[in-house]
Design a protein around this ligand. Structure first.
Ligand code: T46
Length: 135
């Protein structure tokens, strides 16, 4: 998997003068069954989240409010994606290092994950990650 396997997904958007509505249906709008949902909130502007890759997990990140930058790195190529639209998600495949930075005030990141939380699925050491990608 590489950064080119990471892409933006547009979710349905129902516009309404009362406010807009988007929805995501399991196995329909994203290419995996959702096993876990988590979210990042109250993130200070200077904070950085992520700083790891996953061996098997695929997930979709959504900026439900505010904005932040997602730095992607597969060991050979890098890409930065800014998320700031609640009707869009960024799919991040396994074996891609990700760092989340530049959180705006009040931003919220919703994450839809293909697997339950398993600490052993993480590469948390960048050198180990690079080594694993090169063998
Ligand atoms: C990712 C970015 C965007 C759990 O117990 N269950 C969970 O589902 C998660 C995600 C985390 N945790 C525990 C593990 C740590 O003790 O919560 C603590 C903080 O987790 P972490 O340092 O991994 O948080 P982030 O924001 O750096 O990374 C998370 C995800 O772990 C990661 O997959 O891509 O959000």
């Amino acid at each position: 998997m590489s950064v080119s396997d990471c892409f933006i997904i547009d979710f349905p958007k129902i516009t309404d003068k009362r406010g807009n509505l988007s929805f995501i249906e399991n196995n329909c709008h994203i290419p995996f069954a959702i096993k876990r949902v988590y979210y990042l909130y109250d993130v200070p502007a200077f904070a950085e989240r992520g700083g790891h890759a996953h061996k098997h997990l695929t997930q979709v990140l959504i900026a439900l409010s505010g904005s932040f930058d997602v730095h992607l790195d597969d060991g050979q190529h890098k890409k930065i994606v800014t998320l700031n639209k609640p009707w869009q998600g960024l799919l991040i495949s396994n074996n891609v290092w990700r760092e989340l930075k530049g959180f705006s005030s009040g931003s919220t990141c919703l994450v839809l994950a293909s697997e339950y939380y398993v600490e052993n699925d993480y590469y948390r050491d960048y050198v180990e990650f690079l080594h694993s990608m090169s063998v």
